[in-house]
Design a protein around this ligand. Structure first.
Ligand SMILES: O=C(O)CCC(=O)C(=O)O
Ligand SMILES: [Fe+2]
Length: 413
C-alpha cells in the first residue's frame, strides 16, 4: 500500500472531525481506496470494439415545415433507436457550434480554478454547485462536477426530518461568475429545446396523445445541467470516471469532447465505446421514459472510463418530469397481455432518494427502479446505487484526482 505524504494542503479545514475540506495529501488512506473498483467493474474487462449507435438527423423536426413522409421516417428511426439501443447521436440539432466552443472553454476555465475558489460554490446535499464526492455503486467516481438547474431553480420534494411534514425544497444556482452564467443559460436554452423536441418525437413515435405530454413535462422545474471533468489518471484500469448506472430522468442530452470514454452496455452484457463526436450530442433514454413506456424504450446502463493522457470534459442536460408527478406506465401502452411492469413512482421522491442515498442511510431496494417493479424478482435496472452521496462531507480539490495514489490492495491483486 502506498505511503501518503502528510503534507497540509487543507482548505477551510476544521478541527474536531465535524467537517473537513482538505487536500488529497491529508486524506486518510481509506478515502483513497474509495476510488478502487472491484475486479468485475474494472474497465479492461469485456470491452468490445465495433457496433455504432445510430445517428438521427433531427433537422426535419427542428425546422418548421415538415413533410409527413419525412416525419414518419424520422419517427421510425427514433423508435428503432430507443427500442434497440437506448442511445443515439443527433445531427442537425441546431445548437450553434460557436456556443459549444464557448461552453467548453467556460468549463475548462472553471475546473482549472483553484480548489478554494471552486469550493465557494460547493454543492450541499441534494443541491446545486461544485462537487467531487460522487459515488456510483458505493465507489467514488473519478470526476468532479458542477451542477446547475436549467429552470432557474430546482424544486424537489422534501420531508422535514423533525416534523415529518412533506413540502418542497427549492435549490438555487450558485454561479462562479457572470460569464459562466451567461454561457450556461444560453446553452441550457438550446439543450432544453432539443430535449423537448426529442422527448416529443419519442412520444409521437409510440402513437401517444400529445395532450398527455403536457401533464408530465409541462411544469417541470427539475431539469438539471452538469459540467463533468474527468482528470487524467495514472491507473485508469482500476477506476471509473462514472460507474455503471442508468440516468434517472426522462432523457439526457450529453455533449462530449473529442477524448472518448463513454461506454454503453449492450444486450449481450458487453461494453461498447461510444464514438466521441464533439459536435453531435448523444441522446439517451432514461428511467422515467422506460417506466412510462412500460419497457418499450430502454434506459441503458452506461459508464465512463478515464485515461492516462488527457483530461475529458462532458456536459449533460437531464430533461425531467415535474416534481409532483406520479410516473407509471401510460395506460395506452398497457393491456391484458402487456400489464404494467411498474408501480407508480412519484418522480420527485424517486429522484430525491437517488440523490440522497449513501451507503448507510438507504437500502439498495430504494435506490433503483427495482422496488417499483411489480415483478421484483424478474427485473433489475442497472441503477446508480448510492449515487450522489457526499463522502462524509469531505470535498477534495483536483490535486486529489492525480491517481498515483491509487494502489491495488493485496486482496484485489
Ligand atoms: O460524461 C459522460 O460521458 C457521461 C456522464 C454520465 O453518464 C452521467 O453524468 O450520468
Ligand atoms: Fe449517465
Amino acid at each position: 500500500m502506498a505511503a501518503v505524504a502528510k503534507q497540509d494542503n487543507s482548505v477551510n479545514g476544521r478541527e474536531g472531525g465535524v467537517e473537513v475540506e482538505q487536500g488529497w495529501e491529508g486524506v486518510e488512506i481509506e478515502r483513497e481506496e474509495g476510488f478502487l473498483r472491484p475486479l468485475e467493474q474494472r474497465p479492461c474487462r469485456g470491452v468490445q470494439e465495433g457496433g455504432v449507435i445510430p445517428v438521427i438527423d433531427v433537422g426535419a423536426a427542428v425546422s418548421a415545415g415538415v413533410n409527413p413522409a419525412a416525419r414518419r421516417a424520422l419517427l421510425a428511426q427514433v423508435k428503432h433507436a430507443c427500442q434497440e439501443w437506448g442511445f443515439f447521436h443527433v445531427a442537425n440539432h441546431g445548437i450553434p457550434l460557436s456556443l459549444i466552443h464557448r461552453l467548453r472553454q467556460a468549463s475548462k476555465e472553471f475546473f482549472q480554478l483553484p480548489s478554494e475558489v471552486k469550493l465557494q460554490v460547493k454543492k450541499h446535499a441534494g443541491g446545486l454547485g461544485y462537487y467531487q464526492g460522487q459515488l456510483t455503486n458505493n465507489i467514488r467516481d473519478w470526476r468532479e462536477v458542477f451542477d446547475m438547474s436549467a429552470c432557474g431553480y430546482l424544486e424537489l420534494p422534501h420531508t422535514d426530518p423533525l416534523t415529518n411534514k412533506v413540502g418542497t425544497k427549492i435549490f438555487h444556482n450558485q454561479w462562479p461568475s457572470d460569464a459562466i452564467r451567461e454561457i450556461c443559460e444560453e446553452y441550457m436554452r438550446e439543450a432544453k429545446r432539443l430535449a423537448f423536441t426529442l422527448t416529443k418525437l419519442m412520444w409521437e413515435s409510440l402513437g401517444l396523445p400529445p395532450t398527455r405530454f403536457e401533464d408530465y413535462f409541462g411544469q417541470s422545474k427539475t431539469h438539471r445541467f452538469r459540467f463533468n471533468h474527468y482528470p487524467v489518471c495514472s491507473t485508469p484500469d482500476l477506476v471509473l470516471g462514472v460507474g455503471a448506472h442508468t440516468d434517472v430522468g426522462a432523457l439526457t442530452v450529453l455533449l462530449q469532447d473529442e477524448v472518448g470514454g463513454l461506454q454503453i452496455k449492450q444486450k449481450d452484457g458487453q461494453w461498447l465505446d461510444v464514438h466521441p463526436d464533439p459536435t453531435s450530442p448523444v441522446i439517451n433514454v432514461a428511467d422515467v421514459m422506460q417506466v412510462l413506456t412500460n419497457d418499450k424504450y430502454r434506459s441503458v446502463e452506461h459508464r465512463v472510463v478515464v485515461n492516462r493522457k488527457v483530461d475529458r470534459y462532458s456536459f449533460s442536460y437531464s430533461y425531467n418530469a415535474a416534481s409532483g408527478i406520479d410516473v407509471a406506465p401510460i395506460s395506452e401502452l398497457v393491456n391484458e397481455n402487456n400489464p404494467p411492469k411498474y408501480k407508480p413512482i412519484n418522480w420527485g421522491k424517486y429522484t430525491m432518494l437517488r440523490i440522497d442515498s449513501s451507503l448507510n442511510t438507504l437500502e439498495f431496494e430504494h435506490t433503483t427502479l427495482r422496488s417499483f417493479c411489480w415483478d421484483v424478482g424478474g427485473f433489475v435496472l442497472g441503477g446508480r446505487l448510492n449515487s450522489g452521496g457526499d463522502i462524509g462531507g469531505v470535498a477534495l480539490p483536483p490535486s486529489a484526482l492525480s491517481c498515483h495514489h491509487c494502489v491495488v490492495p493485496k486482496h484485489q491483486q
